[in-house]
Structure formats: C-alpha cells, structure tokens
Write a protein that binds this ligand. Structure first.
Ligand SMILES: Nc1ncnc2c1ncn2[C@@H]1O[C@H](COP(=O)(O)OP(=O)(O)OP(=O)(O)O)[C@@H](O)[C@H]1O
Ligand SMILES: [Mg+2]
Length: 486
C-alpha cells in the first residue's frame, strides 16, 4: 500500500476513535445535563406553585387548603409549557386536579418524602388514562412541603408532583445530538483533508529523496538537497548530502590515484627506456662488430653504468614501496649528530669541490639525535647531495640545533632555488624540477626526496623546505626525541 494511504488510514483510525469517544461522552453528558436542567426548573415551578396557593390555618396547622383559582391559573400557564402538576395532601390523596384519576405516590417514595428528600423520577409506565389511551412517558419531581409549628416541630402538609413529557426532553437532546453529529462530521472531514495534505507533503519529500538516491546510484554524486533542519526527514536529507559528498570525494580520490598510477607507470617506463636503449645500441654495435676495438672497453663501461642505474632505479622504487607500506623496521638509537654529519660531509667532499662549493658543518658537538642510523645517513646524504647538485660555486651549510624534545637539522644552500610550483611537487616520485637535467653526471631520477619524505614520516619527524629562485634553498628536518618512559 502506498505510504500516503497508509498514513491516511492511520489518521482515519485515530480520528474515528477520537470522534466515537467524544460523541459518546458528549451525548451522555447532554442527556444528564438536560435532565438536571429539567428537574431544576420543575422544582422551581413546584416552589412557586406552593408559594402562590398554599393557605395554612393559623389555629390548626394541620389544616391546609390551596387557593383553587390560583392553582387553575397556574395550570393553564404550565400546560402551555407541557408541564403538569399534581398536589397531594398528607394522606397521599391527590387534591389537585381533582377531576382525573391519579395514582397514589408509592410507599417507598412517600417514605423518602417524609424524610424531607426531593424525589426525581423517570417513568415510562404505560398507565392507561380513563379514556383508555396510553399515558406518555414523563419525568417527575416530587417535592414535600412542611409546616414548622411553635414547638419547632415539622409537619408534612403537602407534596407537589411536577412532571414534563420525556418526549419533549428527548427532542431537545436529539436536537443537541444532531448539532453535535454535524460538528463532528465537519471536524472529521476537515481533519481528513488536513491529514491528506500532510501525508502528501511527506510523501513528496520522500519521493524527492528517492529521485536523488537514484541519481547517486547511477553515478551522479553532484546532487545536494536543501534541508531546513526541521525534522527527521531533514536529518535524513543532511545524511544523504554528506553521503553524496563523501562519495564525490572518494571518486575524486580514486581518480587522483588512478592518475598517479598512470603517471608512475609512464615515468618508470620513461626512466628505464634511456638506459635500455643505450645498452641495446651498444650490444648491437658489439654484435655486428661496429665498435672499434679500442672503444669496446669504454662501451662496456658505459653499459655497466647504465645497468647500475637501472638496478638503482629498481632498488629505490622497491625501497620506496617498502617504506610506504610500513614494511621496514627502524632500529632507533641515540647517537652524536655532529660527528655523523661530519662523516657525511667527508664523503661528499669531492663532489662539492667538483662543483666549486664550500661545504660546512656546524653545531654544538654534544647534540644527540634519536633515529635509525643508516636511514638518518640516507636522509641527510640525499639532501646534502641535492644541495651540491643544484649549487655551483656557492656555499652549503649543514646545521644542527636542539629544539623542545627534538633535534633540528638545516641544510642551507645558495644554489638555483625553486619556484612555488616546483616546491609543491618535490615529494612526488620521479619529479624533477628541470627535466632537462636528466642523465647528468649523477644520473638523477627524481626518487631521492620521495624516499627521504617517507623516511622522515616513518621517524614521526617533519621535513620542510623554503626556497627562492636564484637565491638558494633551505631544508629543515626535525627528529623527535625518544618518547619519555611512562
Ligand atoms: N637543494 C635544491 N635546490 C634546488 N632544487 C632542488 C634541491 N633539492 C631538490 N631540488 C629539486 O627537486 C627535484 C627532486 O629531487 P630528488 O632528490 O627527489 O630527485 P633528483 O635529485 O632529481 O634525483 P635522485 O635524487 O633520485 O637522484 C630535483 O630534481 C630538483 O629539481
Ligand atoms: Mg636527489
């Protein structure tokens, strides 16, 4: 069943039970109210009747008479209002009106009357009148009247029975009930209409969500629905929007990864093609004896170089992958920083001289660093080698200092520097700011900094770089101290 009908059905059930309850309680309340009202007015009639017509002899209080003229007048008046009355004397004999047969008051009622109670009765007894017709059902109020003598003694002097036709009362009740039914019907129609519009509104909103979900299912993650943050459906819309956003982000991430994978494959192939082409050319030359005898040794040397370059390329790539996938274990220890840096500088001394660079190491001799020794050397060696590589006739300073629970290294050169765009990419594999430098004397491949970056991250350290084209570059590498024992 469609949601809108389900909701309508639920509303209908609620409305029907509410209306039924209301109707029942209202109609019983109305009946009660109308009867109470009738009895109250009948009692008032009785009072005024007695007040107007009773005559009690002052010498003998037991002698009670009624002014028949006043009674007759009252009878005419009340008959017009469909009210009938009978007056009984204390012997339970009807003394007015005296022209019809009137039954006596029952014993139990009489007892109550003597006790001063007012009796209210609903009689539907089908008493026959003298003419043989069924007497219509009546409701009566019986009220006793007492005379108090000098000794403060109360004497029952008369009972007045005032009655109204139940049919009259019932027609009043029926009128009220008819009005009530009309009001309830109108209310239920209005409620149903309202229910219909509310459930239609809800269904429309759900359908909107459904359409958007279908769009997402068919691969369109750009959908965003507007939410007014009012109810659960709005919460659902918010969740939906978040879901669409994260799907969009992961789609973008997958695309980025795919691009990087493609670029990596292309770069790797490109890097390998040059040495392979060189080796292939030389091998063909050797095979067809196209290389003069005196150049053969040089050709073999060249081939060995290229092969080494290929091996290095493959090894470095494997190393990078291992570091990235957390497949290497670091053996961290504390060691003297300055001594290690001086050892690295010694190794690179010749290269620096070849580039006419001055290579200096400075810092307090007591400073220690907490790192994997071999990996630390690899990091600092790479960065210093880069500095020498991109600096001609300049100065390279390697500095070490202590920070707060960390050791800070700086490699400052006065070389060619880098632009902002170049800086943003140096951590990428195979990135070379100036591709024309490929295959220079160092045979660089753009893997050095990518590996350095991963290694520093593995040490929970930080690496930053600032550079200005034509002025020089500064690499800052921070190694945190051993975590304090808990
Ligand atoms: N000190 C520096 N001054 C200027 N440019 C630098 C410096 N260090 C790195 N670069 C730039 O960053 C690029 C990437 O450096 P990276 O060390 O990763 O690769 P490479 O030195 O070219 O090759 P490899 O280190 O794998 O032999 C370099 O090609 C260079 O353009
Ligand atoms: Mg390098």
């Amino acid at each position: 069943m469609r949601l809108v009908y389900q909701q309508l059905l639920a509303f209908l059930a609620v409305i029907a039970s509410v209306l039924l309850l209301l109707g029942l309680s209202f109609s019983s309340m109305t009946k009660e109210y109308v009867y109470q009202n009738t009895w109250a007015s009948l009692e008032k009639y009785a009072n005024s009747l007695v007040e107007q017509s009773i005559r009690v002899s002052s010498t003998n209080p037991d002698k009670v008479t009624f002014d028949s003229e006043s009674l007759l007048n009252s009878e005419v008046l009340l008959r017009n209002q469909s009210v009938h009355f009978t007056i009984y004397n204390r012997e339970n004999t009807a003394i007015f009106p005296d022209n019809v047969y009137t039954s006596k008051i029952s014993k139990s009622d009489w007892q109550k009357l003597r006790a001063g109670k007012i009796v209210q009765k609903v009689s539907d007894s089908q008493l026959k009148t003298t003419s043989g017709q069924a007497e219509p059902a009546m409701t009566d109020v019986l009220k006793p009247y007492f005379y108090t003598d000098k000794n403060n003694q109360k004497h029952l002097v008369a009972v007045v029975k005032v009655g109204a036709f139940i049919s009259n009362i019932n027609s009043n009740i029926a009128k009220i009930n008819a009005n009530l039914t009309k009001a309830l019907l109108v209310a239920s129609v209005v409620a149903l209409l309202l229910a219909y519009f509310i459930s239609r509104y809800l269904t429309l909103r759900i359908n909107r969500l459904r359409k958007a979900t279908n769009q997402v299912a068919s691969g369109n993650y750009d959908v965003q629905l507007t939410s007014k943050n009012r109810d659960e459906i709005d919460d659902l819309i918010n969740d939906f929007n978040n879901m669409a956003l994260s799907l969009q982000e992961s789609k973008a991430e997958i695309q980025r990864q795919e691009e990087r994978r493609r670029a990596f494959m292309a770069d790797a192939a490109h890097e390998m093609r040059t040495p392979l082409t060189t080796i292939n050319g030389l091998l063909e030359g050797l095979a067809y004896d196209a290389i003069p005898e005196e150049s053969k040794a040089q050709s073999i040397d060249l081939m060995r170089n290229e092969t080494n370059r290929l091996i290095r390329l493959v090894n470095e790539n494997l190393d990078y992958e291992k570091i990235r996938n957390n497949q290497i274990t670091l053996t961290k220890q504390r060691f003297n920083a300055l001594e290690t840096l001086q050892r690295i500088a010694e190794q690179l001394h010749q290269k620096a001289e070849a580039s006419h660079d001055v290579l200096k190491v400075s810092g307090a001799p007591t400073i220690e660093v907490y790192a994997d020794y071999d990996r630390f050397v690899q990091i600092m060696f790479n960065i210093t080698q880069n500095a020498i590589q991109f600096t001609d006739e300049g100065e390279i300073n390697i500095l070490v200092e202590r920070g707060y629970r960390e050791t800070i290294f700086k490699v400052v050169d006065t070389g060619i520097g880098m632009t902002k765009e170049q800086l943003a990419n140096i951590w990428e594999r195979f990135y070379k700011a100036d591709p024309s430098r490929t295959n220079t004397k160092y045979g660089e491949s753009g893997l050095g900094l990518a590996i350095v970056h991963q290694l520093v991250l593995l040490h929970n350290g930080k690496i930053e770089v600032t550079s200005k084209t034509g002025k020089g570059t500064t690499f800052t590498i921070i190694f945190p101290d051993e975590p304090a024992a808990q």
